[in-house]
Write a protein that binds this ligand. Structure first.
Ligand SMILES: [Zn+2]
Ligand SMILES: [Zn+2]
Length: 495
């Protein structure tokens, strides 16, 4: 946090003499003093603005913009937020610069900290995590406050804004992550959902990158809530064999969360709309134009919703079926995904940790992880592998799984399509030193369970596929806890 600087006013006293020489010297000294004082004022001046108000409890989820006139010569801005009853109320906060705050205005976007911070600063060279450093240009800036939890009394709020004019600094320059690690094809392990100090996570970017390397992950996807500020800086934490992919968790507390993954570092995806606005397509298309994918996150988690994710799933590429440790909500996610598959919708399933805190927390980096077949270990390679559903999910760090179906010398793997009207030969390959002996593999089709197997009996299965449009695999322990699951192989009848 940068503190505002004080103007020091010094007091000077002069002795009177009648010497003309002394008088002119005295005049020169006085002029010099005035000049110094003006320069000092210019170098250190700051202006404090207070804004305050009340939000009624009925105005939950209302977007409130607080305009601030930024005069010429300002090099930094800091904002401190205070509000009543913070144990019961949550007043999110962010800021838009002089380019404006209309929907989708990425140029105007200068940062978001949601409910995770009560103060932030932006100057030409640096900014608080979650915020974007750079010139603080003259014009109207807007602080956005957004109540996501309000008790009956409503919220009394106060913002203290300090505008600082100081010496110009070397402006911030984005340092995004490298986009390619190697050009080798293979199955790559990674985590698609995580948070650092750039939103409500507890780790620094450096700590997260180090932990990803320690856990032998090949890729991670950075997904801060409603900000791309981390994406602009991942290049500073480059690790030789780790691919870091840009993403954003597009977060509307009222209607659900989704991950935009595979973004360009400068891209910022808008979140300020509701399902009734019929505007979601504009933003999912923006992600697709960047070459990325849109994944519905933890669809049954949103506490204000009883019916899961509120936007139309037709615009999305995938579902985070498995978020953190497997639990009852993941069973609901799985059922929803499976129902979509049954209806013929091709939808990617992914698993991710959504880790916020350090190791030892319920959501650990890499648990679960999504293993993707990619032609290269690059942002494009991983995203293309996911786009083709060539992925499986596991909580076991050394587990390798393969599922294939063969007919008439045609072989289809996870994510592929096989055309056949007859029985197919299904092969399962499972390697891991950590799978319990009593774990069960279940082959599932559009009509339900096709066959359950012990992990030792997995090759050359002759499967009747007459009544199924897909085949997929689950591995669960004796308590029914999910250990691994695949995306489907699609089966198409010969016409
Ligand atoms: Zn979320
Ligand atoms: Zn998250």
């Amino acid at each position: 946090m940068q503190n505002s600087q004080q103007v020091n006013i010094r007091h000077y006293s002069f002795t009177h003499t009648h010497s003309p020489l002394m008088a002119s010297k005295r005049l020169a000294f006085l002029v010099l003093l005035i000049l110094c004082f003006t320069a000092n004022l210019h170098a250190q001046n700051s202006q404090t603005i207070i804004r305050s108000g009340h939000i009624d409890s009925a105005d939950i989820f209302k977007l409130i913009y607080v305009p601030i006139k930024v005069p010429d010569g300002i090099t930094g801005i800091s904002v401190k937020e205070e509000y009543s009853n913070p144990s019961k109320n949550v007043l999110n906060m962010g800021i838009f610069g002089e380019e404006g705050y209309d929907l989708g205005n990425a140029a105007g976007f200068r940062g978001w900290s949601g409910g995770a911070k009560k103060e932030f600063f932006i100057n030409e060279a640096q900014a608080s995590t979650g915020y974007v450093a750079g010139p603080v240009k003259k014009g109207t800036w807007n602080i956005l406050i957004y109540p996501s939890t309000i008790d009956r009394e409503g919220i009394d709020w106060k913002l203290t804004i300090t505008l600082i004019s100081g010496t110009h600094q070397v402006p911030f320059k984005a340092a995004p992550a490298k986009t390619t690690v190697n050009n080798k094809a293979g199955w790559y392990r990674g985590d698609l959902h995580m948070h650092t100090l750039h939103s409500d996570g507890k780790r620094t970017q450096q700590e997260l990158a180090d932990e990803a390397v320690a856990k032998h992950l090949n890729y991670i996807i950075s997904t801060e809530h409603n900000t791309n500020s981390a994406n602009l800086q991942w290049g500073k934490y480059d690790r030789k064999n780790l691919l870091i992919i840009n993403g954003e968790e597009v977060t509307t507390t009222a209607y659900g969360h989704w991950n935009a993954i595979g973004l360009k570092p400068q891209t910022w995806i808008e979140w300020r709309y509701a399902p009734k606005d019929n505007t979601i397509k504009r933003y999912t298309e923006q992600v697709h134009r960047d070459g990325g994918l849109c994944i519905i996150n933890h669809p049954f988690y949103t506490p204000t919703l009883t019916n899961g994710f509120a936007f139309n799933p037709a615009f999305f590429d995938g579902i985070e079926v498995w978020n953190g440790n497997w639990d009852a909500l993941d069973e609901l996610d799985l059922k929803w995904w499976n129902d979509l598959l049954k209806s013929g919708k091709r939808m990617l399933a992914i698993g991710a940790s959504d880790t916020h805190v350090s190791s030892g927390s319920p959501n650990n980096l890499g648990t679960p992880q999504t293993i993707v077949y990619a032609k290269t270990l690059s942002q494009t390679g991983i995203i293309n592998g996911l786009r083709q559903d060539k992925a499986y999910i596991t909580s076991i760090p050394d587990l390798k799984l393969d599922l294939s179906a063969e007919h008439a010398e045609k072989r289809a793997g996870i994510g592929d399509e096989l055309i056949s009207n007859e029985n197919v030969q299904v092969s399962i390959s499972l390697t891991s030193t950590l799978v319990p002996a009593d774990a069960t593999l279940t082959l599932i089709g559009s009509q339900g369970i096709i066959q359950s197997l012990k992990t030792t009996n997995t090759s050359g299965l002759d499967i009747n596929i007459k009544n199924t449009s897909y085949l997929r695999l689950e591995l669960r322990d004796s308590n029914g806890q999910m250990l691994a699951m695949t995306n489907p192989i699609w089966i198409k009848a010969k016409s």
